[in-house]
Design a protein around this ligand. Structure first.
Ligand SMILES: [Zn+2]
Ligand SMILES: [Zn+2]
Length: 407
């Protein structure tokens, strides 16, 4: 069988579940190494089955770079009928001309049942500025929510005016999700007007500023993260960790390293290499891990600490690395993340399933900026060893990391 026939055999095997099919197709294409992307692109030509198209673009979505190949595959899906919906996964790599072409395709037959509905939604998430001029012709609430990101100051002002009249917190949340300097300024201005001061403490970082210091709620440009083989990138996932790690307070099992970022290879201006950890047991004793990095080793707050066990449950297959690539939307995505179905992120502003206050650094007592989000969804090497979505925060002046989970 040719690789294409093998992929089709898996996709149409009645004895396999959707998850099994996705894992096998990802595995087959990943094992093809540098031939994986061209092979997936080749299979997408003349594809007539929606499921097969989705498996192939799901693979491409997990692979970094290769933007030109992905754009070519998406171009080929235009006008393919139902399989065109699979192009939604490739939107982060669309050049502007292709963004505009898909917007035109959608507007040509704007209809919630259109296979292009998922594409127009993804376009609104990643390229809100190019979709916004047509917002009136897109009858989708979820696309409208995505278009809050970077919305003009007039909308920010109007949301604040409506909140002053109706006092509906949803309007302030929508205002914060615009994530522009104007939106942050307006949220800052209602500090003493909100009914519950605790609401203001999550609204401010949602808009992009920390409530106490007024500093940015995130670090530098927003990057997409991709789980790659060991040593492909300097940012390490899983593997051995030389110093103490947090232990579960109940069963004493050591936490594992989720991610160590290498500052030398980041556009962010940080003074030390942050590491983030997570549990590998199911005790659910606490939902936060805080660690300080010092020249004399790690210091764990609020939990016992001990040597790492070198086990490899958290990241599939032991040690991997994280490849980073710039996100098209640098303002900050305004729709909630879905744990298990989100992209990994470094830098920018967090995309919360539901917004939360940021953690407080135990050293300096200030709110901590967001630095990374690692999702539990599929990788080219199989599923991650946790559920939900992990958020990593970093106090650069104290070299303290905090990792927290949302489901
Ligand atoms: Zn435990
Ligand atoms: Zn601090």
């Amino acid at each position: 069988m040719t690789p294409t026939e093998q992929i089709e055999a898996i996709a149409f095997d009645p004895d396999l579940s959707v998850t099994e099919k996705a894992e096998r197709i990802n595995g087959l294409l990943a094992r093809a190494g540098s031939q994986g992307v061209p092979l997936a692109v080749e299979c997408l030509k003349d594809v007539s089955d929606v499921g097969l198209a989705e498996y192939l673009t799901s693979f491409l979505e997990l692979v970094p770079d290769s933007g030109a190949d992905k754009a070519r595959a998406a171009e080929g899906l235009r006008g393919s009928g139902a399989p065109a919906q699979a192009a939604a996964r490739l939107v982060p790599w669309f050049p502007e001309s292709l963004v505009d072409a898909f917007v035109r395709d959608y507007l040509g037959a704007a209809d919630p049942q259109s296979p292009l509905t998922s594409v127009i939604f993804s376009l609104a998430v990643h390229h809100p500025d190019r979709v916004r001029p047509y917002a009136d012709r897109i009858d989708l609430d979820i696309a409208r929510a995505a278009l809050l990101s970077g919305a003009p100051d007039e909308l920010a002002d109007a949301l604040l005016a409506r909140w002053r009249e109706e006092r509906d917190l949803d309007d302030l949340q929508a205002l914060a999700l615009i994530r522009t300097p104007r939106a942050a300024e307006l949220i800052a201005s209602v500090r003493d007007d909100v009914d519950d001061p605790e609401d203001w403490e999550w609204l401010m970082p949602l808009a992009g500023r920390l409530p106490d210091t007024g500093a940015g709620a995130g670090f530098g440009p927003a990057l997409m993260g991709f789980v790659a083989d060991k040593d492909v990138a300097p940012h390490v996932m899983g593997g051995d960790y030389a110093e103490d790690v947090p232990l579960c307070a109940r069963c004493r099992r050591p936490a594992e390293r989720l991610l160590s970022l290498s500052v030398a290879a980041l556009p962010q201006d940080l003074s030390g290499d942050p590491s983030f950890f997570w549990f590998t047991c199911d005790c659910d004793e606490v939902d936060v891990l805080t660690v300080r990095f010092t020249p004399n080793g790690t210091h764990v707050y609020f939990s016992p600490q001990g040597p790492a066990a070198g086990a490899a449950r958290l990241v599939p297959g032991g040690e991997r690395s994280m490849v980073l690539e710039k996100q098209p939307n640098q303002v900050g995505v305004s729709i909630p993340a879905i744990p298990g179905r989100s992209q990994h992120q470094v830098g920018g502003l967090p995309r919360w399933p539901s917004p939360e206050t940021h953690p407080i650094c135990p050293e300096c007592g200030n709110f901590m900026p967001f630095l990374t989000a690692v999702d539990s969804g599929p990788t080219l090497f199989g599923p991650m060893g946790f559920e939900g979505l992990l958020f990593g925060f970093w106090c650069d002046s104290c070299s303290v990391s905090t990792t927290r989970i949302q489901y």
